[in-house]
Design a binder for this molecule. Sequence first.
Ligand code: NDP
Length: 453
Amino acid sequence: MGEYVRRLMAEVTAKNTNEPEFLQAVREAAGSLELCLERHPEYREARVLERFVEPERVVTFRVSWVDDRGEVRVNRGYRVEMSSAIGPYKGGLRFHPTVYVGMLKFLAFEQVFKNALTTLPLGAGKGGADFDPKGKSEQEVMRFCQAFMTELYRHLGAHTDVPAGDIGVGGREIGYLFGQYKRITNEFTGSITGKGLEWGGSLIRPEATGYGAVYFAQEMLATRADALEGKTCLVSGAGNVAQYTVEKLLHLGAKPVTLSDSGGFIYDPDGIDEEKLAWVMDLKNVRRGRIMAYPERFPNATFTPAQPSDDHNALWEVSADCAFPSATQNEINGKDAANLISNGVFLVSEGANMPTVPEGIDQFVTAGVLYGPGKAANAGGVAVSGLEMSQNAMRLSWTREGVDQRLQEIMRRIHEQCRDTAEEFGEAGNYSHGANIAGFRKVADAMLAQGVI
Ligand code: NDP
């Protein structure tokens, strides 16, 4: 690491000591950006990277609500407005007990690159609360969402800040959040994405992140004249991203064999087909059950409980060709990456944000694995959110085929930018460097043009 980046990292570390996920994300990007900053003294002189790592604004607020027993509960809500250089703040809301400001800063930081790569005019933000929707009644989830939005609404707006879903925030939560926003502001505007189809949503938005991660994989395979047909695929998670990753893999003739949640993972050697996927969607989205129920219904499959004390995740030990981590950050550690490689996986397309630790990324790159980092591979979700904003502004609804075609085209262009930029910097095949530099340059140029703000 050169002197400039070393000094900057020391400053960032000193200022954000208790935020390991944020520091991990910045360190990972800084490794690539060093190449770019060497060629662009104007970025260094204008302290672009120093500004890049400091959110434009962080809002923290109290969320008080009443549970079904009549007891008052208090959670902490956040919105990190990271960058408005190329458009209104845009990024999801996460409801999970592990949420704190450092987690959201890491996600908002990743979002800056990702949104720039989509080629759409989208700034970056991320928000959420340390609220756990799991085990809560419908009424409790609604009351929490209403209380959360009663504060957050004043920071939002179709041209200011437009949130969407993330872990723990799906169609149900978006409905309650949007309903409360509309009630308070007395305006029906596109101030949140992921809405239902009948009330301003876009076709393909629920599918977009998972489909996009598979389209990105297709593009990477095409560079080796290969395709997904017949490939055995590992998928982690069982939520929105995992479900639609499996669906698109099936459309393309691949064989997904795993799914997981925080309780453990299932392995189905016969493959998760359309009928099984429909059952999983009902289990997770309607009955709100756990993935451990899968082998009771499909007895050829096995369930392996999660062992938090283990130094590796047994899901990544299953033999396969491709892996689609779609659960959460740091779910592939160094040992997992080594297991994936030794078990034959030659492609990793990240549906989740930062699912692989830096040591794992290094191993993938060294082993020549086609490695699509989350900030590129999972950009399909925010891209279709951008398309939802366009449709809202025009008061139009595009067809399913129309949106899907745009999504495929956007994923193709993201892949192209990553590939070409990596080549330009002498790092051919390194999609991490490509994604970091291409995303950074677009935002950095806008920051230079807009002066010191
Ligand atoms: P969901 O809430 O729909 O599903 C999350 C899944 O991951 C669940 O199966 C959940 O299991 C599992 N999971 C969450 N946290 C943990 C954990 N700490 N350990 C083990 N498993 C965990 O979320 P999404 O599918 O929307 O998001 C998944 C990932 O994709 C996240 O990294 C998110 O940031 C990223 N992403 C999502 C986008 C979107 O459009 N939704 C866009 C881009 C990225 P359990 O139910 O047990 O918690």
